[in-house]
Design a binder for this molecule. Structure first.
Ligand code: GLU
Length: 400
């Protein structure tokens, strides 16, 4: 889950948004983008690039970056490869709305199918675009205001999200909502609002914040107090807190070191990995059900990996041999690739790599492929080289 920043006030949004994205860079990401409502002509401009926030700045150098309302995002791809098209913000069909989103919409495929059947066209491969298209579809069809459309849409959505939405026709407003992904609203001294997936992009401007709770929808309007409702439109009283922490503490999630923070993030990583896959009486992975026969035919599994992934492979060997009674070999990819291993078309090779770019593992895959084996990849980075080179596989979805 990556970074969200928003600004609504009387000043210029762009500098605060870029600065905020840089504050969130410690989380890791693969692309970045910004949406602004132009002061010049009222258009809703979306600029996005693959790569770093600095690449986004370079891309925006000759663009209209005026506007005192805007939202910005750093993405860690979960659905659709890292690319400019899949980066956030995403427009709705009419381009009246733009959305940014952290998290995963689990039932995006069925919602997308329904919308396509109704004639909605999609530009990206993301689960996020489904949400903005659904909101617009509901808004137009029922002829209702944006907040109500967001509430109706979110009632249909299964998954985790922190979202922020801009509407070109309502340039003094940001609507934001959260479920399972954190979102913080900062209340500035001049009636301006800041938004962040954590407080780090906010605290240099204000120490007054509202940590939104699950199911909260925040409506920020210039000149009005912050309004918080739930998806049933019940009005809530947001608790404004005064934060007294420095940036370093926030970036490390309150831990003294990044290493400790990452250790304590492990339960959340495991939940993210298993979300939507554990059903009543087992685990369902589409990559397995879709390739059932190749896997059942395997006379042997060969797990190729390096480092920590190799150690994970050793556990895999225990489990596969125990449950499936098929022999498993675990090979160091760097050794495997430099000999002439015996591999046949009756073998299934499982390649494990967090980044999906481990050079030795990639070379081992190519070698095994030449020898006719069926290749199954397990990695974390969407659209990585290993994800593309393998016959099928599973993303572990544990985030940066
Ligand atoms: N699921 C969304 C995507 O793949 C958002 C990922 C994120 O949290 O950055 O575009």
């Amino acid at each position: 889950m990556c970074g969200i920043v928003g600004y609504l006030g009387k000043g210029e949004a762009y500098p605060a948004l870029i600065k905020g994205l840089k504050r969130l860079e410690y989380r890791g990401y693969d692309s970045a983008g910004v949406a602004l409502i132009s002061k010049k002509d009222g258009s809703l401009n979306v600029y996005k690039t693959k790569g770093k926030v600095a690449d986004l700045e370079a891309y925006c150098a000759d663009k209209d970056i005026s506007g005192s309302v805007g939202i910005a995002h750093t993405r860690w791809a979960t659905h659709g490869e890292p690319s400019a098209v899949n980066a956030h913000p995403h427009y709705s069909s009419s381009k009246n709305l733009a959305i940014i989103h952290n998290g995963i919409i689990e039932n995006y495929a069925s919602i997308k199918k329904n919308l396509i059947a109704k004639g909605v066209e999609f530009r990206s491969d993301t689960d996020t675009e489904v949400l903005v298209q659904l909101i617009e579809y509901i808004q137009v069809k029922k002829n209702i205001d944006l907040l109500t459309a967001v509430q109706v849409a979110l009632r249909q959505v299964i998954g985790a999200y922190a979202i922020a939405l801009l509407d070109k026709r309502n340039p003094n407003q940001i609507i934001a909502a959260r479920k399972q992904s954190p979102l913080v609203v900062g209340i500035g001294k001049e009636g301006d609002f800041y938004l962040g997936s954590d407080a780090s992009p906010i605290i240099e401007y204000t120490d007054k914040v509202v940590y939104l709770e699950d199911g909260n929808i925040a409506v920020m309007r210039l000149g009005e107090p912050l309004q918080v409702v739930n998806i049933q439109n019940v009005k809530l009283n947001p608790e404004v807190q005064t934060v007294d922490i420095d940036l370093g503490q926030i970036e490390k999630g309150g831990f003294p070191h990044f290493m400790l923070k990452e250790i304590f993030e492990q339960p959340e990583c495991l939940r993210n990995c298993m979300r939507g896959r554990v059903v009543d009486n087992g685990v369902v992975l589409s990559s397995i059900t879709d390739h059932r026969q190749q896997l059942l035919n395997a006379k042997r599994f060969i797990i190729v990996a390096c480092g920590t992934s190799w150690h994970a492979g050793l556990i895999g060997k225990q489990m596969i041999e125990n449950y499936c009674r098929v022999p498993v070999e675990v090979e160091y990819a760097s050794e495997f690739r430099y000999r002439n291993p015996v591999v046949t078309k009756d073998d299934v090779v499982i390649a494990i790599s967090q980044s999906g770019e481990t050079a030795d593992t990639l070379a081992a895959i190519k070698l095994a492929k030449e020898k006719g084996a069926f290749i199954y990849g397990i990695c974390n980075s969407i659209g990585s080289s290993i994800a593309r080179e393998t016959d099928t596989g599973t993303y572990i979805h544990v985030g940066p």
